[in-house]
Design a protein around this ligand. Sequence first.
Ligand SMILES: [Zn+2]
Length: 132
Amino acid sequence: MNDKIKKSEEEWKKELTPAQYQVCRMKGTEPAFTGEYYKTKTPGVYLCVACGNELFDSDTKYESGSGWPSFYEPIDPERVETEEDTSYGMRRTEVTCSKCGAHLGHVFPDGPRPTGLRYCINSVALKLDPKK
Ligand SMILES: [Zn+2]
């Protein structure tokens, strides 16, 4: 994608709440079972909180028991980017927003059918746009 959003860290700091900045820009993780959306079953589309990119549909959200919103696939594979993350002595795959580069969470190969993937996403990086 060549319509990537580029902003300075100062600009992001002004636009995002401290909690959003910590996760989206500093690659933090919200504590399990504390986020706004881990139990949410409201139908709708989950947007990137930083740029509004449509990331996940509530139809692909499932209860993983992890304490974070979990999805088995993004709305479109182009909406997210993945990269190997070996921080904290773990081998994980980081998921970022393809439009603004915000850190969203990680993807693990222990999800349900049909993809077998579990996109484990921080609530604070998402904004639910409920279906009308
Ligand atoms: Zn974004």
